[in-house]
Design a protein around this ligand. Structure first.
Ligand code: NDP
Length: 464
């Protein structure tokens, strides 16, 4: 899957071009961050025209500047006794409406541009949930792939020994992301507890036996499917009977598949960084259990799926000029759930040619600007990441509430709250888009609805 950055839309206004020139001067060499900002700024032009106070208070210039960026060295010893050196980060982007909240990503592609794009997106996503959480993101260029449990533990401990001084239950509450699941959260929480001598809700995504919320692992995938269902329901349709393309095979892909199966849809693809599988008979729950064991316990490759199930074929990564062939498989719905910029213009075109009805983003910024333009132009119901995948952080915020009250809600209670948050986000997007004359455009709806609350809070709290 290509990490190449999206080309920017060709028809951006003078206002957007001016602002992007300003940003590129201030933050050169950060293409993923520029891409994320450009999408938001393009949506906000109309809002700034209607609200001159946002210009007067220079909210845009302030909101693209992180409140704080921490970068640090992580030295640790591998199983051979050799010293390894990685780089750690925490981008504390905006805390106007609550403590910084956002995941930690461990992957060799992590750099400041990637974390600033993720942290920037997180501001608006967290605002959309209606819960009191600010935006942040962090991680390291360390990859867990090929590392033993002991190596992962030593790395996590070294990482947390430094990070702990910058976070806290009312300051900054990290969670998981790519490469950071239950195992890594466990090792980091253990070290946090040891070093600070306190048991607090500072990390979310913990196991239920030591303070985690039920349904947190499921929340992003389930929430993404709920959001797709909301978009379809608004047009009198459902997911039942739809063929679905899912990319990735990690946390988000797994629970997206589980919920799609429950709602009577059929998932016909999954992927990882080595390739993708096509199973025209569908990834049913028995096959999904195999994938969960393969990826979460044995930490194997998705190619093993095709060795196990005769109905499936495996295709190694091939991002040629004709795009990623996963997106050329005919289907009614697509749930990109791996990483950023995995649907380029050519891929979006293939999806549209095959008459895709709905695209809901489990991954962050998986569609390039060209791809987004094609979906909008062809009337595809397109749920952008900051709306569609907000269920994960929403249940993280519910985990924070349960931790501070020392109580535990049932799975049903959390699921009911998750559904209500996703439905609330859908309504907020529709209202904001309609109010500013962009009915049906969930990109503008999510950017505008997410922005106004944070902007108003920044004005209320004075010049910071
Ligand atoms: P996981 O680490 O559990 O899974 C990631 C999956 O994507 C794996 O299958 C991985 O393949 C694949 N992948 C990762 N990077 C690449 C790459 N550069 N090229 C190709 N494939 C890649 O992560 P999550 O499922 O948690 O996260 C997936 C996406 O969802 C990310 O964009 C994340 O930011 C977003 N997200 C996650 C949330 C959460 O709650 N976990 C919340 C909101 C958004 P391999 O196994 O080979 O590494």
């Amino acid at each position: 899957m290509s990490q190449e950055t999206a080309t920017m839309p060709h028809t951006s206004s003078a206002f957007v071009q001016d602002f992007m020139g300003y940003l590129e001067d201030r933050a050169p060499g950060q293409p993923e961050f520029h891409q994320a900002v450009q999408e938001v700024v393009a949506s906000l032009e109309v809002v700034l025209e209607a609200h001159p106070e946002y210009r007067k208070h220079r909210i845009l210039e302030r909101i693209v500047e992180p409140e704080r960026v921490v970068q640090f060295r992580i030295a640790w010893m591998d199983d051979e006794g050799d010293i390894q050196v990685n780089r750690g980060y925490r981008v504390q982007f905006n805390s106007a409406i609550g403590p910084y909240k956002g995941g930690l990503r461990f992957h060799n592609s992590v750099n400041l541009s990637v974390l600033k794009f993720l942290g920037f997106e997180q501001i608006f996503k967290n605002s959309l949930t209606g819960l009191p959480i600010g935006g942040g993101k962090g991680g390291s260029d360390f990859s867990t792939s090929g590392r033993s449990d002991n190596e992962v533990m030593r790395f996590c401990q070294s990482f947390m020994t430094e990070l702990q001084r910058h976070i806290g239950p009312d300051t900054d509450v990290p969670a998981g992301d790519i490469g950071v699941g239950g195992r890594e959260i466990g090792y980091m929480f253990g070290q946090y507890r040891r070093v600070t001598n306190s048991f607090t809700g500072t990390l979310t995504g913990r196991a239920p036996d030591w303070g985690g919320s039920l349904l947190r692992p499921e929340a992003t995938g389930y929430g993404c499917v709920y959001f797709a269902a909301e978009m379809l329901q608004a047009q009198g349709r459902t997911l039942e009977g739809m063929d679905c393309l899912v990319s990735g095979s990690g946390n988000v892909a797994q629970y997206t598949t589980e919920k799609l199966n429950e709602l009577g849809a059929k998932v016909v693809t999954l992927s990882d960084s080595s390739g993708w599988i096509h199973d025209p008979e569908g990834v049913d729950n028995e096959k999904l259990a195999f994938v969960m064991d393969l990826k979460n316990v044995r930490r194997g490759r998705i190619s093993e799926y095709a060795e196990r199930y005769a109905s499936a074929t495996f295709h190694p990564v091939d991002d040629g000029a004709d795009g990623n062939p996963l997106w050329s498989v005919p289907a009614d719905a697509a749930f990109p759930s791996a990483t950023q910029n995995e649907i380029h213009g050519i891929d979006a075109r293939h999806l549209v040619e095959n008459n895709v009805q709905v695209v809901a983003e489990g991954a962050n910024m998986p569609t390039t600007a060209d791809g987004q333009a094609i979906f909008l132009e062809h009337g595809v119901l397109y749920g952008p990441a900051k709306a569609a995948n907000a269920g994960g952080v929403a249940v993280s915020a519910l985990e924070m509430s349960q931790a501070s009250q020392r109580l535990r809600w049932t799975r049903e209670e959390v699921d009911q709250k998750l559904r209500s948050v996703m439905s609330g986000i859908h309504t907020a997007c529709v209202h904001a888009a309609t109010k500013y004359g962009h009915e049906g455009n969930y990109i503008d709806g999510s950017n505008i609805a997410g922005f106004t609350k944070v902007a108003d809070a920044m004005i209320d709290q004075g010049l910071l």
